[in-house]
Ligand binder design. Structure first.
Ligand SMILES: Cc1cc2nc3c(=O)[nH]c(=O)nc-3n(C[C@H](O)[C@H](O)[C@H](O)COP(=O)(O)OP(=O)(O)OC[C@H]3O[C@@H](n4cnc5c(N)ncnc54)[C@H](O)[C@@H]3O)c2cc1C
Length: 347
């Protein structure tokens, strides 16, 4: 177990933003994770758990408590059942699963961060989300003070949400178990229109697993959604806003504001419609690269990513986020909600 005092947190985030941690503990075994959490809880010490720091906006003041960085390792395959330690790098785990010829997470290639964080916001992309394959999550329950095993159903997954996100101070994920599928070298059915178009197939068809994996990586790279330290468009937390899910009344009010424009609309359960945050931002007048010349700008490749051009502070980034949120509200009456977790700051 590695312990550092007054440790900079910015280098541990993909935005490269945020002040220092009073104490940073890096844990490499489950026992070290549990010991650190128990000690912090017993001392009444604030605790922040981090993996790859790819979904975090940490305030410039930093974190006045213990930051626990989970760096455990473990990739255990038993037939089509895969168990990952929370600290496993997600992109590497997806690549290995594809190498093993197993389908189920191939469209989630290139998403930064740790395996342990994937259930937290039910990580998803290109028509696939981890809720579809997670069978169990082993976590330390800070309320019961014991290690528990939650089934996929217990995790209460929904769009970019879960029981872990709803109750952020209760569970520390130690291991995640997935049921993958052996489809004789083929992928899961293609669901996402852009992927189907790129591959020249109909939605619902399967393609070669490796082709699916590589296609997603290429599409993501074109949008600055694969980490590249040389490319400031990837100094982000991915999509900064979730796609708004509107009730029927909100959707009717939204349609009245559109003035002839056609906005994307997808069914999102009984009485709910999902629209596109990227479309709203773009049509509210914030183009790719908006803010050029300032320390924090929209990515030049994707309107949904807010980026640090190198010298930004968290306050610079938040000022941009507020400008975009307020502009979308003024144009369309829709409230954008941040996807990354805010630490010590609010929008
Ligand atoms: C370029 C880029 C592209 C992205 N694309 C996508 C995408 O396509 N789809 C998508 O869903 N997300 C995307 N993201 C967001 C991010 O990669 C995911 O949310 C990822 O799962 C975060 O993992 P992490 O380990 O970096 O979590 P962190 O940022 O370290 O933490 C995020 C949250 O999870 C909590 N947490 C982390 N580990 C644990 C644990 N073991 N137990 C309990 N809580 C924990 C933290 O406390 C925090 O609240 C993208 C981000 C970037 C930078």
């Amino acid at each position: 177990m590695l312990v550092d005092n007054d440790a900079p947190l910015a280098p541990l985030t993909t935005l490269r933003l945020g002040g220092p941690a009073r104490r940073l503990v890096t844990a490499v075994t489950d026992a070290e994770v549990v010991e650190t959490v128990r000690a912090a809880d017993a001392a009444g010490e604030p605790l922040l758990v981090i993996g790859g720091g790819s979904n975090l906006v940490i305030g410039d003041a930093g974190f006045d408590g213990t930051v626990l960085r989970i760096a455990t390792e473990g990739f255990v395959l038993d037939g089509t059942l895969l168990e990952l330690a929370a600290g496993e790098v997600w992109t590497d785990a997806v690549a290995r699963a594809v190498d093993e010829g197993l389908a189920g997470i191939e469209f989630l290639a290139g998403i930064p961060g740790s395996a342990g964080a994937t259930p937290v916001q039910n990580v998803g992309a290109y028509g696939q989300e981890v809720a579809e394959t997670i069978t169990e999550v082993v976590a330390y329950d800070r309320l019961l003070r014991e290690t528990v095993t939650l089934t996929g159903e217990d995790c209460a997954f929904s769009y970019r949400h879960s029981r872990f996100k709803a109750d952020p101070d209760r569970y520390v994920v130690l291991r995640v178990r997935f049921r993958l599928a052996d489809e004789d070298g083929m992928s899961s059915p293609v669901k996402y229109a852009e992927v189907a178009r790129t591959l020249g197939v109909e939605a619902g068809q399967r393609v070669e697993l490796r082709t699916a994996y590589e296609t997603v990586l290429k599409l993501r790279a074109g949008k600055g959604m694969v980490l590249d330290p040389e490319d400031h468009d990837t100094w982000s937390a991915g999509s900064f806003f979730t796609n708004p899910v509107l009730t029927d009344d909100q959707y009717a009010a939204f349609l009245r504001r559109l003035d002839g424009l056609a906005a994307p609309a997808y069914p999102a359960g009984e009485g709910r419609t999902k629209t596109s945050a990227a479309w709203l931002i773009d049509n509210a007048g914030f183009r790719k690269g908006h803010g050029t010349g300032r320390p924090a700008t929209l990515s030049t490749k994707h309107t949904l990513a807010l980026t640090n051009r190198g010298g930004a502070t968290t306050e610079d980034l938040l000022a941009l986020a507020r400008e975009v949120r307020d502009g979308v509200r003024a144009a369309f009456g829709v409230e954008l909600v941040n996807e990354p977790v805010m630490v010590g700051v609010t929008l």
